[in-house]
Design a protein around this ligand. Structure first.
Ligand code: AMP
Length: 427
């Protein structure tokens, strides 16, 4: 299938070809036609699937077909959970609209609002925004959503995780009832379905499994190691492997800072990216990483969500996430677009439960290695780090098929499968 056969205009085809895309990705093939027909959609797609072009291209086409050059009220609103994602989506909107007469802007918190307000005042067709800053500016009377024709909720699951439900509801009330709604989410919890039910009208459901990278093409490995030796082990792995582009996940912001500091002392150029960092510091860290000046980016899950860093060779879980689905999101950062990648996890005794949950979710047993001199502590407790977190999942799930016990059969071991929702709430 070609972009041409999707019914996109010449101006958009030119922009797409300038980006170097030749074939629409599965999400683009499935989402673009119904969006062009004016339908609401509910799409399940993760970062890395090409979802941004999947909603941006048809959105731009619809707006350009019915241009309002004189007054330019905001006619399309794209809501994203994080500043980074907002900036990335905006960059895409700019690129894809290069040959169209449409104006766009991005607003998010953590930076001065004045330039953002000034751009909006001049008239824009498309606004990319995080919920908090959008409400701020709206409350100050600096923008109006009364003429919005198309709403996009990007990474809706993460918006709920970050506690934006009330904000989203308030924003909905500021827009006209009659509009087209496009909702994208990586997971479909009960809460997401409820939100979709309240917002979407007769939505077309679009589903794509993550490209066959997530589990199949990624070389995954677990290093069992004593907790206190993790920092030394990660430094050894990075230095000995001479790895130049590594994304490391820690569970806490403090942990990210501490690890960065120790890596710096070991001569590794590392930068942290998390919620306590200023927008400027985050942008600088990301730019340094992309340009190769920084070899290691240490991130927390929320900060890493939506970061567009293509073709990452190494992802390391310094700590396993206590939410199993986050493991799949994290390792999805490597091996994109058919390139092979490596995802390593440093696992101490108290993370055993998390590891078991992840293996259940991805339906494969991860190969384990122990490095000499970095052996796990045989006397360490296997109780999860914080009591009660070992069973945490992103949101309430359907437990009707709950077997109530662990019955992962040995013939599943080492079999690559696509990740499935984890309904198994053992213990
Ligand atoms: P996204 O899932 O929107 O974050 O996109 C992931 C990456 O895929 C981005 O770097 C895009 O520029 C790239 N991309 C999007 N669509 C295509 C396509 N049809 N062909 C090749 N690359 C694409």
């Amino acid at each position: 299938m070609s972009f041409h056969s999707l019914g996109l205009s010449e101006a958009l085809l030119k922009a797409v070809s300038k980006k170097g895309y030749t074939t629409p990705s599965p999400i683009q093939q499935k989402a673009i036609p119904p969006i062009l027909e004016g339908k609401d959609i509910l799409a399940s797609a993760q970062t890395g699937t090409g979802k941004t072009a999947g909603f941006t291209l048809p959105l731009l086409q619809l707006l350009s077909e019915n241009s309002k050059e004189k007054f330019r009220p905001i006619r399309a609103l794209i809501l994203t959970p994080t500043r980074e994602l907002a900036a990335q989506v905006y960059a895409n909107v700019k690129e894809y609209s290069e040959f169209l007469n449409l104006r766009s802007a991005v607003i998010f918190g953590g930076v001065n609002q004045k330039p953002q307000a000034a751009t909006i005042r001049q008239g824009i067709d498309i606004l990319v925004a995080t919920p908090g800053r959008l409400l701020d500016l709206q409350n100050q009377g600096l923008l109006s959503l009364k003429r919005v024709e198309i709403l996009v909720l990007d990474e809706a699951d993460r918006m709920l995780d970050m506690g934006f439900l009330r904000d989203i509801e308030r924003i909905m009330n500021m827009m006209p009832e009659k509009r087209q709604n496009l909702m994208f989410s990586a997971t479909f919890s009960k809460d997401i379905k409820k939100l979709a039910h309240g917002i979407l009208k007769h939505p077309v459901q679009v589903e794509v499994t993550p490209e066959n990278t997530t589990v199949d093409a990624i070389n995954q490995k677990v290093y069992r190691v004593a907790k206190g030796l993790k920092t030394d082990l990660i430094i050894k792995l990075i230095l000995e492997g001479n790895w130049k582009q590594v994304l490391v996940f820690t569970r806490t912001k403090h942990g990210a800072n501490k690890l960065c500091e120790k890596m710096g002392k070991a001569g590794i150029k590392a930068a942290a990216i998390h919620g306590n960092k200023s927008q400027g510091a985050r942008t600088k860290a990301l730019a340094g990483f992309k340009s190769g000046n920084v070899s290691v980016l240490v991130a927390t899950d929320i900060a890493a969500r939506g970061l567009d860093i293509p073709l990452l060779p190494h992802v390391i879980n310094f700590e396993l996430p206590n939410i199993s689905e986050d493991y799949v999101h994290r390792i999805g950062r490597t091996g994109r677009a058919g390139a092979s990648g490596e995802a390593l996890s440093l696992v101490s005794a108290d993370e055993t439960t998390f590891l078991r949950d992840i293996e259940t979710l991805i339906e494969m047993k991860l190969p384990v290695e122990i490095v000499e001199g970095f052996e796990p502590d045989p006397n360490a407790s296997t109780v999860p780090i914080k009591p009660g977190q070992g069973r945490q999942h992103r949101s309430p799930r359907n437990t009707s098929n709950n077997s109530g016990n662990s019955n992962r059969s040995s013939n599943r071991n080492n079999k690559s499968r696509r990740p499935k929702r984890n309904n198994d709430r053992r213990n």
